[in-house]
Design a protein around this ligand. Structure first.
Ligand SMILES: Nc1ncnc2c1ncn2[C@@H]1O[C@H](COP(=O)(O)OP(=O)(O)OP(=O)(O)O)[C@@H](O)[C@H]1O
Ligand SMILES: [Mg+2]
Length: 591
């Protein structure tokens, strides 16, 4: 952390499933007012947004072409002209890090045109682009005309708290590849957990900074334990904290959540289109007119943000000419379609006329229901697991928390809690991540989400070890594949805590020892071969060159629980020669 003090600027990148952005502040100037969130996204398209779509376009040779609004625009134009085949375009690709079990540096992603790109390369070109943009912006906005270099920056990249360590580590590797910090100076990059970062921001606010609230009172004054719910585009990410008397923060339950978020509303809308126009028609239309399909979805993205009780009681989505033309030919006239709609909807709830699809706000609200119900269920199930005595507040953050339907559903489901949504809920993560980097030691206790262990051999004991695990090495019977626990699921650990474990070789002549790391959510695991055990890393080798002490050599394994990551170091103690290696809990190919 000492090195951090020398950094002049803090830049936090929020790389979201649907939207991304960044914010920055001078490293030693604390407080919300000192944080600037870049607001120039979409300028080329005539907009001025705090976040840009997480979409990337690569040139046919795989090199970086465009990111964000510019990528969407260029790709949509190419689609319209039908010359999109060479464009390598990706959207919503962050989800791969949540969905892929054996994530590695070789994990591939397939673009819309079928081209295959390494996920690590894709994330790194995006981070490099955002990083460059951030440097440009930091330098342009410095009022004293100073020019900063990337090495002056304390970088922060946010990741969902519910991600596996492998996925978090993947982001770190991608950031290194992008030139934000390097393995030689890992402290230059902090990985911040999204809901946790947001909590740093929320805790500094006054009541009037929350939607529907007023007054100058600091929310912190009334805060004991609280839950932060980050409702993003593709992830629901929940963290529970308790503020201690000395002001430090303890995590009191491991992160929970799932693959929910705003994308599910878009899915309900698509389901409705299929209901109205037929699955075959919609699928064919998407294939033949992908740019028009994109336009419909873009328009829905704007219209779905309509709030009940404001201006109108319906929203209208423009149906492109090709769409109207195609359904008039393949499905029927507006009258036929409206007639059919009566089967599914009350009169005037949905109407197709003159190139518009109109939806009543009630129908729009129904698109939110399935995801709202699931979200409430996840929160309820979390609350069932923890003591609620002190939990008086739920903070809703992330863009999707801005949806009235979500806020309503959560407020109604938890009438005895204060449900507070910051007015700039979608920026809470970026701003909080800057604050987190400025005071990273505030969070002092974490709860482990999984059990971690390594694979060891023990002297065979017939009373507790099964015969099939017996193996003889140099005349000694060992039991193989034992899952030796380093830290248990639900165990509370102090941030910065170091635990040491000692091992001895099983062969007197061996000069290398391999440590393999595993994780599981099954508390009764005995062997690394048991169901539900995953290999976190294979092939971490330590050399132990001096064999004179035979089996009486010691290898020390230190497990260090950092702020948001776990690091593992092995040292050959007995040889006298120093042998040390560092390892993070990642899949084998990443190190
Ligand atoms: N006012 C609103 N009403 C409804 N939905 C909204 C509103 N504002 C934003 N959203 C939705 O919120 C989502 C974007 O939120 P956010 O920017 O926090 O997500 P993200 O960071 O991209 O995703 P994640 O955190 O899951 O990786 C999108 O699905 C968007 O449609
Ligand atoms: Mg997010």
């Amino acid at each position: 952390m000492d090195k951090q003090k020398n950094r002049l600027i803090t830049v936090a990148i929020d790389f979201g499933t649907t939207y991304s952005g960044f914010g920055f502040a001078e490293a030693n100037v604390l407080g919300e007012s000192s944080i600037q969130v870049f607001r120039g996204w979409g300028r080329g398209q005539g907009f001025s947004f705090y976040k840009t779509p997480t979409c990337v376009l690569l040139n046919p040779d795989g090199s970086f072409c465009k990111f964000g609004h510019a990528a969407v625009e260029t790709y949509t134009k190419a689609l319209a002209k039908g010359n999109n085949k060479d464009f390598i375009y990706f959207e919503r690709f962050k989800l791969i890090l949540y969905n892929t079990k054996n994530l590695s540096k070789d994990t591939n992603l397939m673009a819309a045109n079928g081209a295959v790109v390494k996920a690590l390369d894709l994330f790194s070109v995006c981070l490099a682009y955002i990083g460059d943009k951030a440097m440009e912006c930091v330098n342009a906005s410095d009022q004293r005309g100073r020019t900063y270099k990337s090495s002056d920056v304390q970088w922060v990249v946010t990741v969902p708290a519910i991600w596996e360590p492998t996925a978090k580590e993947f982001m770190r590797e991608a950031a290194y590849k992008a030139g934000l910090a390097s393995p030689a100076d890992p402290d230059q990059l902090l990985i911040a957990l999204e809901p946790e970062a947001a909590s740093f921001y929320c805790r500094t606010l006054q009541m009037k900074d929350f939607l529907g609230e007023s007054g100058d009172q600091l929310v912190n004054e009334d805060l004991a334990s609280y839950i932060v719910i980050d409702n993003g585009g593709g992830t629901l990410d929940i963290t529970v904290h308790e503020i201690q008397e000395d002001g430090t923060i303890h995590e009191i339950h491991c992160p929970s959540g799932g693959h929910l978020g705003g994308m599910h509303v878009d899915r309900e809308f698509q389901r409705m289109l299929i209901m109205v126009f037929g699955e075959d028609f919609i699928n064919k239309f998407r294939r033949e007119f992908p740019n028009d399909w994109q336009k419909i979805m873009n328009d829905f993205e704007i219209q779905k943000r309509a709030e009940q009780g404001v201006d109108s009681d319906e929203v209208s989505i423009v149906l492109p000419f090709n769409f109207v033309n195609a359904y008039s030919r393949d499905v029927g006239s507006d009258e036929n379609i409206n007639e059919r709609l009566k089967e599914y909807f009350k009169s005037n709830e949905v109407d197709v006329r003159n190139g518009y699809l109109s939806l009543s706000l009630d129908v729009l609200a129904r698109f939110f229901e399935p995801v709202a119900e699931k979200t409430v269920e996840v929160i309820k199930s979390l609350l069932r697991k923890i003591s609620q005595d002190n939990i008086n507040t739920l903070f809703l953050v992330g863009g999707f928390s801005q949806a009235l339907a979500m806020r309503k559903a959560i407020t109604q489901a938890f009438p005895d809690k204060r449900v507070l949504t910051p007015r700039d809920a979608e920026l809470a993560i970026i701003k909080g991540a800057v604050m987190f980097a400025q005071t990273p030691n505030l969070l002092t206790t974490r709860v482990m989400a999984k059990t971690y262990g390594i694979d060891i051999n023990e002297i065979f004991d017939g009373s507790k070890h099964p015969e099939e695990k017996k193996s003889e090495i140099c005349g000694v019977n060992y039991c193989e594949d034992i899952f030796d626990v380093l830290v248990k699921e639900d165990e509370k650990i102090k941030v910065g805590e170091k635990r040491s474990f000692f091992f001895s070789p099983v062969h007197p002549e061996q000069t290398t020892a391999t440590l393999r790391f595993f994780s599981t959510n099954n508390k009764n695991t005995q062997f690394v071969t048991d169901p539900g055990v995953f290999a976190e890393n294979v092939g971490f080798q330590i050399t132990t060159p001096d064999t004179t002490k035979g089996l009486r050599r010691n290898i020390e394994l230190s497990v260090y629980f950092g702020g948001t990551e776990i690091k593992v170091t092995a040292t050959d103690v007995n040889s006298g020669t120093f042998a040390k290696a560092a390892l993070r809990l990642v899949t084998k190919n990443l190190s």
